[in-house]
Each structure stands twice: as C-alpha cells, then as structure tokens.
Design a protein around this ligand. Structure first.
Ligand code: WTA
Length: 655
C-alpha cells in the first residue's frame, strides 16, 4: 500500500488566499489572534476545551460527571449528562431570549417541479411533536430502529427529529439504493418501521420509492409498519395492515410531546457506508458528542449567523446531509435550504436560480458538482447575480485546484472564502478545514485540523511522516463526534479502524502534510472508491457481479475520471460457454444497478478469460488499475482479452 501513496505526488500549489479583512472583522473567529487563542486552549487541554464549547453551545438537562471516558477504542463523551438533539434543534429556539425564532424560517424547501414550502421553527416543532406521537402510536420504543427511505422533502427532517425526540434510532437509506440494498440494511438494523414516500422528483421523472420498498420488504422479516408520505401522487400499492399514509396518521396526532431526557451516549442514528468488504457497515453515532461536534463546527467553519440562509446540496441520505443540512444547522437556529431534485432541471442553472431566489448566503457542495458546472459552461452561472453569497464550502473528495479556482471566481466572484472540509461518515463532523476569516487557503488543501482535533500523517510503522512525505492519515485522540462502533459488530469496528496503529484511528485515506502543517488528502488507500463523492467498495460491486449467473469471477478497480473523480471499471471472466457481447455488458451494468443502486453502475466492463493473479492467487489490482486508466493498452473492451499474459510478465513485481 505504501507505494500507492507515494506514487501520487501532487503538483506544488503556490497560490495563497489570505482572509479578507472585512470578512474577518465580522466572523466568529475574527482573525489569526483569535484563532491561535482557540488552538492554544485546545492543545493545552482538549477535554476542557470541548467541555467549554459543549456548555456554551448545547443545552443539557443534566450536566456530565466526566468529559471523556476513553478505553481505546471505545469512547464515551459527556459521561452521565442528559440532553436531546431534537430539543436542541427546536424547543430551545422557542424559549427565553430566543423565543422570537418561533417565526423564523427553519427549513426553506424547494421541490423540483418548482413548488416551495417554508417551515418556521414553530411549524417544525409542531410537526415533529406530532410525528413523534405517531411513532409512539405505532409501538416504537426508545432504542428501536426506524428506517427512512425518502426523497428530499421536509418530512424527512421531521422524521429524523421525531426519532431523536423519543430516542428511536433512525437509519436513513439514500433514495438511490436498490431493493436488494434496502433489504440488507433493514435486516441488519432489525427495523420494525419504515418511513417512505410514494415517490420523489428527479429530472422531471418520478423515482418510485414505495415500489422499491415493496420489493425490499419481500424477505425482510422484521418490518410491521410502513408510513408513506404522499409526494408524487401516482397510484401505489397500500398493503392492508402494514402501510399507512403519513397525512392520515398526522391528522389527529397530538402536538404535545416533550423531548425525552436521553443519556449523552444514547444512540442517535446508524448510517450504512461502504467498507473494504462486501457488506456495508452500520456506522453508529450517539447523542451528546455528535450534537456538540456538529453544532460547533457548523458555527465556526461556516461562520454561521442568525441572518444566514445556508444551503448544503447534499442528500440527507448521506452523512453530509445528516450533519450539515439538518442537525448542526438547526441546532444553531439558522435557516437551512433543502432542494429536492437535480441540478439540471429544468435547466442547467437551477442551483444558481435557487441561490438568487432565496438569497442564499452560504453554499456547501461537492467537487464533482463543481466540475460538472464548469463543464456545463459559465453562461448558466452568469444569468444570475449570486450577490447574496458570502461563503463557499466543499466536501466529499479532493478538489483539484482548477475546480477550486473556478468556484472561487465564477461562484464566489473572488469575494467569498472557500472552506474545503475533510471528514467521513465515521467522524460525524468536519475534522480538517480552514476557519474562514483566520486561515490562509490554497487550492487543493483542506488546510488545518479544527482546534481540538488531532490528526497526523504517519508511515507504515506509525511514525510521523516527514514534511511532504505521503503516508496514512490517522487521528491520535478521540473527538466528540466520532463513531461509537459498527452496529452489531464490535469486532469489525476494532479491526477496521483501530488495528493498523495502536490506539489510533485509521481513516483509510492517504495524505501528506506540507511545511505549514497543511493537510493534502490524496484519496483512499484501501479498497474503497470515491465515485462522485459517494463511497463504494470494490468488493461490494464484485459480489454484485458474481451474483449474475453468467459471471465466474470479477475484479473492480477505479480509474481517474474528469468529472466523477473516480470511475468504476469491472474486469469480468465469464462462466464456460457464455459469450462476451455488448448486450451482456449492458445487462451486467443493469444488474449492478439492481443489486446496489445506479450510483454503483460500472462505467466500463471488460471481459477477460482469466483475471491476472499472482502465484499466491491474489488479484493483481495494480495492474488492473493501470489497464483501466489506459496506462497499459490491451485492445478494445468487449472482446475477451488475455490479461493473464500481462500478468505473467508482471508476476515478479507484485504479491
Ligand atoms: C473523502 C463524506 C479530500 C475521503 C463527508 C474520506 C475528502 C471520504 C474530503 C469519506 C475532502 C471527504 N478532501 N477527500 N475535503 N472530504 N473526502 O464517508 O476519502 O461519504 O475518507 O463522508 O471522502 O466519505 P464519506
């Protein structure tokens, strides 16, 4: 693995952007001095520092007895304290000196067809209380898992906050996952209840979510109730005794529902993400630490203010949507924008139209999206003023300097600071990012750790790498938002994150640190691919492929892709007597889409009569990566190719 990190040496990027003085003056962290003070406090005693932030930014029903209990790899934060995430996101904005927020927009929602809804904090609170009572009426108890498979509609946020209110554990499944993937996740979570919608709008088409759930539930044994939001209105199956309409259940629900006083370590949600094996992992996050981490990072990294209209374009089905569409933003009492649909519907300027329509001030999106906009052309952007924007952010994958510069110039009009935020499903919240107004930025680097977070780049032996030397990105000390485990699988939790280096969290990313201490993320060093900012495991796609009757064996690798960052290439050897054909190629792509979801569909399928292997039987992935990237040519794509010849040639240098 180490050689793989070393090969990716980035161009030395020298452009520097100092914080703008006017921005700094108004910022929460109003310059280098304030920033250094924060860092010094955190370095001196990180537990005391987090405790101060927890006290100042979160409301607790009962204070903690101990800030941190750390028995590696198991952490407990704010031990003994009681709080409630839903209370922090809602009730506290309706009380005391904040009571005026009752009529402030909490969620501004834009549907793809152009319909729109605004829910004030008062509205959202009422809807959440009612839905919590609905859940209780369905027999859901504290600690039960509730699966949410929904479009980007306000009801999704309402359902999350309702679960959090009573201590049920939500498990959101991204609307792009197929029935097979949903079934696996429901079974793993042993959920009794699913909340879904008839459909959602995407590029003018209905995504038939309820049909997908019906298919998934054949063979999912635990589910007793399905609650269905009516969004798209087409006729769907409503199974007697199992399926009920959201609006009918809500009609008579009581709006009176105090938030449960939950232990700081009470589970808040699980979220499935791809690991290095075929089986997705249910990443577990808990209440107090996650709330502190997302609240505080939202405030300082986005410089979030009372007057901001903040828009993160991520789907709530991913961690970014959990932490920075819903929890961190509402906990700060800010206004969050939610958009249901595609960026190119009806035209390629939809995002810019939305920014002008609602006067969005903070905009957070993915590098893949930025590269796509760049390709679509400047004319779409130039139709809109974007003058309300004051800060931009990116997340999900490394951003190439050209895209960063375009983002700064075309969207930010050279006026808005950019925060390149590095984090993971597992970290719960942002760990590495500039603090706007204080940290000088350079395109392509997420810059410095958030104060109170202690990442490092280490070599194979676990020793700190030298300046600019590539190595493994690790985190040396626990942090409040860290995952508490993998649902139902403590062994895998230990192996996956804590076995490579002692008592140190291994991220799976490669990185280098420059002479200013800035972190340059170089991408995954394990068998996880980052495709358009979505995590996919090579093994997961491989097992989807071999579940097709024509496939004997497969190996999946990533290749550089101008827009998506990484594209998916599958090498497939077929069962005896099966002919390679373009038709089969298309069928296999479709098969993967059905097994996992359209996001996992290979860009390219290459047939071979044998996969190149070392003498010990290991698939030579490095060779396949070279072939996939075109660094090694072996002719066209649909015919059978004998990669084993190349393999024999290379046999000596791998394995
Ligand atoms: C990658 C998304 C470079 C990284 C929040 C990480 C990034 C994985 C950045 C987690 C960034 C995320 N620069 N790479 N700013 N942000 N990544 O779990 O490889 O979907 O390990 O969480 O995305 O993806 P996940």
């Amino acid at each position: 693995m180490a050689d793989e990190i070393a090969i990716e040496s980035m161009l030395k990027e020298r452009r520097k952007f100092k914080p703008d003085a006017a921005f700094s003056r108004q910022a929460h962290v109003n310059g280098v001095t304030a920033y250094n003070r924060m860092r010094k406090e955190a370095d001196k005693n990180y537990q005391r520092y987090w405790a101060r932030l927890a006290k100042e930014n979160v409301t607790w029903f009962t204070p903690w007895k101990k800030v941190l209990s750390w028995k590696p790899p198991f952490a407990k934060w704010f031990v003994g304290a009681k709080t409630n995430v839903s209370y922090n996101c809602l009730d506290r904005h309706l009380e005391g000196e904040n009571a005026w927020r009752r009529n402030k927009a909490a969620i501004i929602w834009e549907g793809e067809p152009g319909d729109s809804r605004t829910l004030t904090y008062g509205d959202l609170h009422r809807e959440v209380c009612k839905f919590t009572n609905v859940l209780k009426g369905l027999g859901i108890k504290k600690g039960d898992r509730v699966v949410l498979y929904m479009p980007m509609v306000p009801e999704l946020a309402i359902a999350m906050l309702a679960c959090a209110r009573m201590g049920a554990v939500h498990s959101i499944i991204f609307g792009g996952f197929s029935a097979e993937s949903i079934r696996d996740r429901i079974n793993d979570a042993e959920a009794h209840t699913v909340v879904t919608a008839d459909g959602g709008w995407r590029r003018g088409q209905v995504v038939p979510l309820k049909n997908m759930i019906d298919e998934a539930l054949e063979g999912a044994k635990t589910v007793r109730n399905v609650v269905v939001v009516q969004r798209t209105g087409q006729s769907i199956l409503m199974k007697d005794g199992r399926d009920q309409w959201w609006h009918e259940l809500m009609k008579d629900a009581s709006p009176d529902c105090p938030a449960a006083k939950l232990d700081a370590e009470h589970p808040l949600f699980t979220l499935y993400t791809s690991g290095t094996t075929g089986k997705p992992k249910g990443i577990l996050h808990t209440t107090g630490g996650y709330l502190v981490h997302t609240t505080v990072t939202s405030k300082y990294i986005f410089d979030l203010k009372e007057t901001d209209t903040y828009w993160c374009t991520a789907d709530i089905g991913w961690i970014t949507g959990h932490s920075y569409v819903v929890y961190g933003i509402l906990s700060n009492g800010a206004t969050t924008v939610m958009y249901e649909g595609a960026p190119n519907h009806p035209e390629q300027d939809r995002f810019w139209e939305i920014i002008d329509k609602y006067n969005v001030t903070i905009f957070y999106t993915a590098p893949t999206a930025i590269r796509t906009f760049q390709k679509w052309g400047d004319e779409h952007v130039k139709k809109h003023s974007l003058k309300s924007l004051r800060l931009l952010g990116t997340v999900g994958e490394p951003i190439n300097p050209a895209a960063w510069m375009w983002y700064r110039k075309m969207i930010g009009k050279n006026r808005c600071p950019i925060v390149d935020t590095w984090w993971q499903t597992e970290t719960g919240g942002i760990l590495i990012s500039p603090i706007p107004g204080a940290v000088t930025t350079t395109p392509g680097t997420a810059t410095l750790p958030f104060p109170g977070i202690f990442p490092e780049v280490v070599n194979e032996a676990g020793k700190p790498a030298k300046t600019d030397e590539g190595g493994y990105l690790v985190v040396k000390r626990p942090w409040p938002g860290m995952l508490r485990g993998i649902y139902g699988d403590p062994k895998r939790y230990k192996e996956q994150y804590w076995s490579k280096f002692k008592d140190t969290y291994f991220t799976g990313d490669g990185a280098r640190r420059d002479k200013n201490g800035y972190f340059w993320i170089m991408g995954r060093v394990d068998d996880v691919m980052n495709v358009a900012g979505h995590r996919l495991s090579t093994m997961e796609i491989e097992s989807a492929l071999v579940s097709h009757p024509s496939v004997a064996e497969s190996a999946v690798v990533g290749r550089p892709d101008e827009i998506k960052g990484t594209g998916v290439v599958a090498f497939v050897s077929l069962e005896k007597g099966i002919e390679a054909s373009e038709k089969l190629q298309a069928q296999l792509k479709q098969h993967v889409a059905k097994e996992i979801g359209p996001i996992a569909k290979p860009d390219d399928i290459r047939f071979t009569d044998a996969l190149p292997k070392t003498r010990s039987g290991k698939i030579m992935r490095r060779l396949l990566r070279d072939i996939a990237a075109g660094r090694e040519t072996v002719g066209d794509t649909t015919t059978l190719e004998d990669y084993s010849v190349l393999a024999k040639l290379r046999d000596s240098d791998e394995g």
